[in-house]
Design a protein around this ligand. Structure first.
Ligand SMILES: Cc1cc2nc3c(=O)[nH]c(=O)nc-3n(C[C@H](O)[C@H](O)[C@H](O)COP(=O)(O)OP(=O)(O)OC[C@H]3O[C@@H](n4cnc5c(N)ncnc54)[C@H](O)[C@@H]3O)c2cc1C
Length: 346
C-alpha cells in the first residue's frame, strides 16, 4: 500500500507531490493533459492586488512559504524556475500616484510598495506619470517547472500519464483502491477538470477563462514586469508574455478573436515599438465565486481529499495550500474556514 494517489499534474498536484516528498511519504501521480491552466499561466507572483491596492488574507505568509519551496525544487532538480523581478505599476494620473503613496503608508503594504515614483528610460513605453515599484515579486516559469517535475516523477516511476477513471475508484474504511493500487488517501487536484469528478463536482468552482500572448519585441528592452491595463512580462531573448483576459461565460480553453483584440488593443495603448505575436494561448483558471481556495476532506469519504480553487494565484497559493491540506490529513490540524471546502454544502 502506498500513502497517496494524486490526480492532476498542475501547480496543485505537484505542490502536493513535493509536500509528500518532503514529508517522506510514498505516492503516485495520475494525470492526463485535458486541462492546461498551469501551462498557460504567466506564473507571476505578486502579493498586492494592484487594482485595489490591497493585500489578500495571508498573502505575506503564502509568499514567505513559496520562496524556499521552489528554491528546493530548483536545487534538487537542477532547473531554473524562479525569476525574481520587480513589478512596475504604470500610473496614468496624479491621482494614481497619490493613491500609491497613501497605500504605501499602510502597515500591511509598506513592505511591498516603494514610496517613490520611478521614471525609467523605456523609450517604447511612454509614461509621463511614472511607475510605482512592487517588491518581492517575480515569476515561476511554469512550463520549465512542469517539465522538470514530470521528468523527475517518470524517473522515479511515480507518474502515470492517462485520464483518471472515476468508476475504477473503490473506497474502503481505511484505504482506497484504484486498478492494481491501494493507497491510504487520494487527493484530487484536477483544476477545472473537477467537473468530471463525481465526488466534488457539485462544489461551486466556476472557472474563469484567460487568454495570453507571447510576443517578440526587440526594441522594448524591459527588465521589469510592467502592469498597466495588461501586464508585460519579459522572459528573455526579447520575448514577452502579455496578458491576461478575464472571461466568465466561455468555458473552452480555446483562444478567441475577441481575446486577441482585447490584448492587442491594450498593448497598443502602452507601447510604441513594433512587435510580432508568436503565440496566443488560453486556459481556464480554477476560480470560485468567493475567490478562495477549495481544500479539505470529503464530508462522507474520509480518505478522499481535494486541493483546488487556486484561482488566479496558483503560484503563490499552491505550496501553502498543499501543506495546509497535508497537515489536516496527517495531523488533524484544522483548515482555515475561508478555504475549507466544507464552507459549501454539496
Ligand atoms: C491566462 C492565464 C494566466 C495566468 N497567470 C497566472 C499568473 O501569472 N500567476 C499565477 O499564480 N497564476 C496564474 N494563472 C492561474 C494558474 O494557472 C492556476 O491558478 C493554476 O495553474 C491552477 O493549477 P491546477 O493544478 O489547479 O490546475 P491545472 O493546471 O489545470 O492542472 C490540473 C491537471 O489535472 C489534470 N486532470 C484534470 N482532470 C483529470 C482527469 N480526470 N484525469 C487525469 N488528469 C486530470 C489536467 O489535465 C491537468 O494536468 C493563470 C491562468 C491563466 C489561464
Amino acid at each position: 500500500m502506498i500513502d497517496y494517489i494524486i490526480v492532476g499534474a498542475g501547480l496543485a498536484g505537484f505542490s502536493f507531490a513535493e509536500t509528500l516528498f518532503l514529508e517522506g511519504k510514498s505516492f503516485v501521480v495520475i494525470s492526463d493533459v485535458s486541462h492546461n491552466s498551469t501551462l498557460v499561466a504567466a506564473g507571476i507572483y505578486n502579493p498586492v492586488i494592484l487594482k485595489r491596492f490591497s493585500l489578500p488574507a495571508d498573502a505575506a505568509l503564502h509568499l514567505e512559504y513559496m520562496g524556499p519551496f521552489y528554491k528546493r525544487i530548483e536545487d534538487r532538480l537542477r532547473v531554473k524556475i524562479d525569476y525574481k523581478l520587480p513589478v512596475y505599476r504604470r500610473f496614468s494620473s496624479i491621482e494614481e500616484q497619490n493613491d500609491w503613496f497613501t497605500a504605501a503608508d499602510k502597515p500591511l503594504l509598506t513592505p511591498f510598495l516603494r514610496p517613490k515614483v520611478h521614471h525609467p528610460n523605456y523609450s517604447c513605453l511612454p509614461s509621463p506619470y511614472g511607475f510605482g515599484e512592487v517588491t518581492h515579486t517575480g515569476y515561476i516559469d511554469t512550463v520549465a517547472y512542469l517539465e522538470a517535475y514530470a521528468d523527475y516523477l517518470i524517473k522515479e516511476d511515480k507518474l502515470i500519464q492517462e485520464p483518471f477513471d472515476y468508476s475504477g475508484l473503490h473506497v474502503s474504511e481505511g484505504y482506497v483502491s484504484y486498478k492494481d493500487m491501494t493507497a491510504k488517501h487520494i487527493v484530487f487536484a484536477e483544476g477545472f477538470g473537477i467537473h468530471a469528478n463525481p465526488y466534488f463536482n457539485r462544489l461551486p468552482l466556476d472557472g474563469t477563462k484567460g487568454e495570453l500572448l507571447v510576443m517578440k519585441a526587440p526594441e522594448l528592452k524591459l527588465d521589469v514586469i510592467v502592469n498597466g491595463g495588461v501586464f508585460i512580462l519579459p522572459t528573455g531573448n526579447d520575448l514577452y508574455k502579455v496578458g491576461a483576459t478575464y472571461e466568465w461565460y466561455d468555458k473552452t480553453a480555446v483562444p478567441t478573436v475577441d481575446g486577441l483584440n482585447e490584448l492587442v488593443g491594450k498593448l497598443n495603448e502602452l507601447i510604441t515599438c513594433d512587435y510580432e505575436i508568436i503565440s496566443h494561448l488560453a486556459g481556464i483558471r480554477p476560480t470560485t465565486k468567493d475567490r478562495k481556495c477549495l481544500i479539505g476532506t470529503h464530508p462522507e469519504y474520509k480518505k478522499i481529499h481535494l486541493l483546488n480553487g487556486l484561482g488566479t494565484r496558483g503560484v503563490m497559493l499552491g505550496p501553502y495550500m498543499a501543506k495546509a491540506l497535508f497537515e489536516s490529513i496527517e495531523h488533524g490540524k484544522p483548515i482555515e474556514r475561508s478555504v475549507d471546502l466544507r464552507r459549501f454544502k454539496f
